[in-house]
Design a protein around this ligand. Structure first.
Ligand code: SF4
Ligand code: SF4
Ligand code: FES
Length: 244
């Protein structure tokens, strides 16, 4: 059994540095296994986050050898050639709490800013309309909504987006993917407000369509196309005066 050279970023919001560790190399070892080994055997105060270990919760995302990934679903041999070091950092574009744990609050605040909460139509008193569940499964809108609904809020796309890095106010791919899902939900009554929320300088028109979000989403979602859908819808709604 060989040894794996691992560099882990240690620090907090004030700054930090990489520290080196040697970890026993094992067959089928994931990056999360490596971080856990370091925490259990070498650095009991190493801060990091995980929950399910099987690619369901999205909480274990970190930057591994320059790219945001779910560490529980990333085998070491996929990202580091034999003898190559493993560099593990906290997700980019988010404040660091400590070591590998980031503060996800700005990410979820942007979901709220993009109108990410479902607002039932015609139900001001909270009553559920009788036709609430009737959504034709083959309709175009239903298929558009279904395409983005499986987002689990892991932040991988957000950490991979250059526009978020340049403009911290930018809503980012996940929040706008959520907005597009709801714009296509025929049961939702806040279409206009939601489109207005994503139309400003921090919204969909600032996306440069680089597609890093789509390329890196571990759920194979396509936030880039969702944002393009928002742009198209805003164009037509502005043309027909539906945003006033
Ligand atoms: S397509 Fe848009 S949202 Fe996605 S990574 Fe590129 S700039 Fe960011
Ligand atoms: S769109 Fe994909 S990468 Fe982005 S938060 Fe959702 S699941 Fe994660
Ligand atoms: S720990 Fe849940 S997705 Fe990795």
């Amino acid at each position: 059994m060989g040894t794996l050279k691992v560099r882990v970023w240690r620090g907090d919001a004030a700054g930090g540095e990489f520290r080196e560790y040697a970890v026993p190399a094992r067959e089928n070892q994931t990056v999360l296994d490596v971080v856990t080994q370091i925490q259990r055997e070498q650095e009991p105060d190493l801060a990091y986050r995980f929950a399910c270990r099987v690619g369901m919760c999205g909480s274990c995302a970190m930057e591994v050898n320059g790219r945001a990934r779910w560490t529980c679903r990333t085998h070491v041999k996929r990202v580091a050639a034999p003898g190559e070091a493993l560099d593990i950092k906290p997700l980019a574009n988010l404040p660091v709490i400590r070591d590998l744990a980031t503060d996800m609050a700005p990410f979820f605040d942007k979901w709220a800013r993009a109108g990410g909460t479902f607002q039932p139509k015609d139900a001001p008193d909270g009553a559920v309309p009788a036709e609430f569940s009737v959504v034709p499964p083959e309709s175009k809108q239903r298929r558009e909504a279904d395409a983005g609904i499986e987002c689990i809020g892991c932040g991988v796309c957000y950490a991979s987006c250059d526009i978020v890095a340049w403009n911290p106010d930018y809503l980012g791919p996940a929040a706008m993917n959520r907005a597009w899902t709801l714009v296509n939900d025929v049961r939702d009554g806040a279409r206009r407000e939601r489109l207005e929320a994503v139309s400003g300088d921090a919204g969909c028109h600032s996306c440069h369509s680089t597609q890093s979000c789509t390329e890196r989403c571990p759920k194979n979602l396509d936030p880039s196309s969702a944002i393009a859908g928002l742009k198209r819808t805003l164009f037509w709604d502005s043309l027909w005066g539906r945003l006033r």
